[in-house]
Design a protein around this ligand. Sequence first.
Ligand code: FES
Ligand SMILES: [Fe+2]
Length: 435
Amino acid sequence: MTTLATITPPSPAFPSSTLKPTTRFEFGVSVSQFARRRRRSCLHPTLLCTRDSSSRVFATSKLVEEFDPEIPVERASTPPSSWYTDPQFHRYELDRVFYGGGWQAVGYSDQIKENRDFFTGRLGEVEFVVCRDDDEGKVRAFHNVCSHHASILASGCGRRKSCFVCPYHGWTYNLNGSLVKATRMTGIDNVPLNEMGLRPLRVAVWGPFVLLKVNQDKSKKEEDFESDGSVASEWLGSSAGRLSEGGVDSTLSFICRREYTIDCNWKVFCDNYLDGGYHVPYAHKGLMSGLDLETYSTTLFERVSIQECGGGGSKAGAEEDGFNRLGSQALYAFVYPNFMINRYGPWMDTNLVIPLGPRKCKVVFDYFLDPSLKDDEAFIRRSLEESERVQMEDVVLCESVQRGLESPAYDKGRYALVEKAMHHFHCLLHQNLKL
Ligand code: FES
Ligand SMILES: [Fe+2]
């Protein structure tokens, strides 16, 4: 099984040679790769000598139970390092956490703003295409696989003239997924064309985000487009109102996408994000000048945690020449399991953390800006440079932690009180992973 996630963004609104247009990003490893790796190594002692699947599941569940979510943060130990290093645990985690039926952010609504706009991607082993049809302007999502011989149907992103035409033998599908032309099939019996349309996927839009869901839940028709209300409650729970108040779903202009491949487990990046600003004074001295860390607060919701911090008062992120990227208040929302929404000043950026293996992940940053500033190239360039600097500082931290987790000197650590969002994340993981 190939496990990939891909989003194809529209052309960046901000032309810059430093910006990297993105076409695909990888999500995990194939089953055959996994099997080979599993045969080669089981890093944790409890996984040695496990030959059948039931004992492997048992061994993995033992690893899950090494973290006890009932112990409060004051007395709790972190999950063991095997959660971050073990290939078998990683495989199990992909199945339970990423392919378990929850909403996954896969794109943003500007990508399908007009009728006939579409973008393609890959989530797990699912090739998908999201489009806005040309009848009622309804958002639809389908498996991006031709019914004839399984060719990938659409690629990239953009606007269709009217239909999806398979590049292999020319079978043609409407934007509502129905098969309208099967070429050179005259004389072939029993081909029910009306049953050979594209297979639908569940899709939703909340604010600027496009979400997909892939699961085994057959109780709901897959083609149901979810309303804002049901998605808000399912994806964001009771944090939806707070996020709206914070301007997360206000109208902003897409600026650009940047990607970072990091040599660390995906959870290391999440943990770093969720430490309540603990590392900022030590690792982001430049960022610290724009934040008032005395005002840092963390609020926990069902599957979301929100960290907030005031701007640096008189500093307020403003430099002598008046440049102010962060504004007076910064909001950092973590949506379990792997999506982060950062809203500060006129900016919003989102970070999607994609597992590429036990010790590798990719983080996709999408930048959005208040429309009044979208043509201010100097402000945009400088803001992105600052953001890039912070990100590179975090890359160094995360790769360092991964090496430490792989050392025999370390197994479990402890939490500081400011790290309660990290503890919350680990509790959600445990809930998701336990049998
Ligand atoms: S595989 Fe698509 S038309 Fe043949
Ligand atoms: Fe950081």
